[in-house]
Design a protein around this ligand. Structure first.
Ligand code: S3P
Length: 441
C-alpha cells in the first residue's frame, strides 16, 4: 500500500473490448525463471519477465542471497547463476510481500541451504496455510519453525541433510509439488511427488529446460538430488491468468472482438478457456506454437451469449486462479452456474468464495457461497461499491464486470493489482474499459 492511501478503481458501465493487446508475462513462470536461473551454472537470459510485485519479490530475495541479476528492463533479465550451492546467507529476513508462490517454493529451496533464513510476508500471506509445505519438508529432514497455526514467518534452520521421499499430496497444489521438487534437488536419493489431480507443470518443464532430468508419469513426478542446472534462454509467454479478465470481458461485452497475443497455453492452465467454451464463449485459438517448452497462441475472443453450467470438477485445478473472472461470466450468463470442489479458493490471497459472493451480492447478483464453491443465478449486474480485500484478481474481475453493469462500479483496495498485472488500468482502458484510478488522501 502506498503512503498516500489506498487505490480505488472507478469503472463506468458499458463499452466494448476491441483491438489487439499482449498482457504481461506469466507470474508462475517468472518466479521459476528467477529461481532456476539463480541456481544454475552460467548465464540465463530471460525475455517477457513479469515486472509485478510478486515476481519482483522473488528477484529481490535472490539478489539478497548474493546472485548477480541485471534488469528487469522491459521484461529482460540476465542472471549470472550462482550454482546449486552458491547462495549466500541474506543479512535479514526475506520479505515476500503478498506472494504465496515465492514463500512456498522458497521454503523448499531454503531447506536445502547451509544457512538459516526467515521468510516473511504481508498480512494476507501471513494468514495462509504453510503446513502443507512444512509438514512434508520436515519428513525430508528440514527444520522449520512456523507461527502457531502453521503460518508465516517461517524460520528455516540449516544446515541439514535432506533425504528424498515418496509423497502423496493431499491437495492438488503446484506450489506444494514445486516446493518438494526444489527441496529434492538438495536431497540424497529420489524425491517423488504424486498429485491427486493435474496441476500446473511449469517447474517440471523448466527443470528439463535447464538440463535437469525429471520423470513424470501417471501423476507421479520424480527427480534425483545432486545434479546441476545449466543456464539457458527463456521466453516467458503472456499470463493466461491475466488474459482471463479480457477473455471474460470480450465475451460479456456487446460488439467486442479482441485479440490477445502470445498467451501461454500450457494444458495445465487452460481451464478458463475450457469452462468458458462450455458456457458458449467464442474463443478462437490461432498460431499455436511452442516456445522454450511452453505452448503459446494468439486468442481471438468475440462477444457471445453465455449460459450457466455445472463446472466440471476436473477443470477446477486447471482454472484455480481464474474463478473471480469466471464468476463474473456466470453472473452475465443465462441460467445457473454451479461450482463445487473448489475449497482451495478459500485460502488464496483472500477467501475468494466469500469475498466474490459478497461483492456480487452488492451488485444485485444472486450469488450463494457454499463450503467448496458457489451457486450463481445469471441475470444482470447493477452498479455499486465493492471491496477487493486487497486481492488483485478480485479487483480486476469487478473492473471487467462493469462492461455489463447497470451503473458505475467502484472497487476499493486495488493496490495489489500491481502484484500480477502492472499497468492493468492502462491496458484495459486502451481496449475499451471506462476505468480510472483514485487514491484516497
Ligand atoms: C501457483 C500455483 C497455484 C496458484 C498460484 C500460483 C504456482 O497455487 O493458485 O497463484 O505458481 O505454482 P496452489 O499451488 O496453491 O494451487
Amino acid at each position: 500500500m502506498s503512503a498516500s492511501g489506498k487505490l480505488s478503481f472507478e469503472v463506468k458501465p458499458g463499452g466494448s473490448l476491441r483491438g489487439s493487446l499482449r498482457v504481461p508475462g506469466d507470474k508462475s513462470i517468472s518466479h521459476r525463471a528467477i529461481m532456476l536461473g539463480s541456481l544454475a551454472d552460467g548465464v540465463t537470459s530471460i525475455r517477457g519477465f513479469l515486472e509485478g510485485e510478486d515476481s519482483l519479490a522473488t528477484l529481490r530475495a535472490f539478489r539478497r542471497m548474493g546472485v548477480a541479476i541485471e534488469g528487469p528492463v522491459e521484461g529482460r533479465v540476465v542472471i549470472h547463476g550462482a550454482g546449486l550451492h552458491g547462495l549466500r546467507q541474506p543479512d535479514g529476513p526475506l520479505e515476500l510481500g503478498n506472494s504465496g508462490t515465492s514463500m512456498r517454493l522458497l521454503a523448499g529451496l531454503m531447506s536445502g541451504q547451509a544457512f538459516p533464513v526467515t521468510l516473511c510476508g504481508d498480512a494476507s500471506l501471513s494468514s495462509r496455510p504453510m503446513r502443507r509445505v512444512t509438514d512434508p519438508l520436515s519428513r525430508m529432514g528440514a527444520s522449520i519453525l512456523t507461527e502457531e497455526g502453521g503460518t508465516a514467518p517461517l524460520a528455516i534452520h540449516g544446515p541439514v541433510r535432506l533425504k528424498g521421499m515418496e509423497y502423496a499430496m493431499p491437495v492438488a497444489s503446484a506450489q506444494v509439488k514445486s516446493c518438494l521438487l526444489l527441496a529434492g534437488l538438495y536431497a540424497d536419493g529420489r524425491t517423488c511427488v504424486t498429485e491427486p489431480a493435474p496441476t500446473r507443470d511449469h517447474t517440471e518443464r523448466m527443470l528439463r529446460g535447464f538440463g535437469y532430468p525429471v520423470e513424470s508419469a501417471g501423476g507421479r513426478i520424480c527427480l534425483q538430488g545432486g545434479g546441476t542446472l545449466n543456464g539457458c534462454e527463456l521466453d516467458i509467454p503472456a499470463d493466461i491468468s491475466s488474459a482471463a479478465f479480457f477473455i471474460v470481458g470480450a465475451s460479456i461485452a456487446a460488439n467486442s472482438e479482441l485479440e490477445l497475443r502470445h498467451v501461454g497455453m500450457n494444458p495445465t492452465r487452460i481451464g478458463v478457456i475450457n469452462i468458458l467454451r462450455l458456457m458458449g464463449a467464442d474463443i478462437e485459438v490461432m498460431h499455436e506454437h511452442n516456445i522454450g517448452g511452453e505452448p503459446v497462441a494468439d486468442l481471438l475472443v468475440r462477444s457471445a451469449p453465455l449460459r450457466g453450467i455445472e463446472i466440471p470438477v476436473g477443470q477446477v485445478p486447471l482454472a484455480i486462479d481464474e474463478f473471480p473472472a469466471i464468476f463474473v461470466a456466470a453472473a452475465c450468463a443465462q441460467g445457473t452456474t454451479v461450482l463445487t470442489g473448489a475449497e482451495e479458493l478459500r485460502v488464496k490471497e483472500s477467501d475468494r468464495i466469500q469475498v466474490m459472493a459478497e461483492g456480487l451480492q452488492r451488485l444485485g447478483v444472486d450469488a450463494r457461497p457454499t463450503a467448496d464453491g458457489m451457486i450463481i443465478e445469471g441475470g444482470g449486474i447493477s452498479g455499486g461499491e465493492v471491496d477487493s480485500h486487497g486481492d488483485h484478481r478480485i479487483a480486476m474481475a469487478f473492473a471487467i464486470a462493469a462492461l455489463r453493469a447497470g451503473g458505475p462500479i467502484e472497487i476499493a483496495d486495488c493496490d495489489n493489482v500491481n502484484t500480477s498485472f502492472p499497468a492493468f488500468t492502462d491496458i484495459a482502458g486502451g481496449a475499451g474499459l471506462f476505468i480510472s484510478e483514485r487514491r484516497e488522501i
